[in-house]
Design a protein around this ligand. Structure first.
Ligand SMILES: [Zn+2]
Length: 108
């Protein structure tokens, strides 16, 4: 992974009019405002792929890569949800730009 170049982001979802986590009731998802994107994985220049999956405690290069991109994403997005956040995000990263009071960021 060190020295690799990401060539493709595998997008799992973008604009879709729905509530958070697809629930019938509750708050409207940032996806419904066009403010969110879900990333399911990455393709690298070498031909390797990285698929987002539960890896919070995985002592591998893929686990370290996933933790690093999740932390780095919080520099750019105000909400970052990964497989460790809840059951609805086991196979992708949710990234959105929801504005919150005081510039608060919600990154898990
Ligand atoms: Zn999402």
């Amino acid at each position: 992974m060190p020295g690799e170049t990401i060539t493709v982001l595998s997008q799992a979802s973008a604009y879709i009019c729905r509530n958070r986590n697809g629930a019938e009731e509750g708050r409207i998802s940032e996806h419904a405002f066009g403010n969110a994107v879900d990333i399911a994985g990455f393709a690298l220049k070498s031909g390797k792929t990285v698929t987002i999956r539960p890896a919070d405690k995985e002592p591998t290069l893929n686990g370290a890569f996933q933790r690093a991109i999740t932390e780095a994403a919080c520099l750019y997005f105000t909400t970052v949800l990964d497989p460790g956040s809840d059951a609805a995000h086991q196979n992708h990263l949710h990234l959105d730009v929801k504005a919150r009071r005081g510039g608060y960021r919600y990154c898990w």
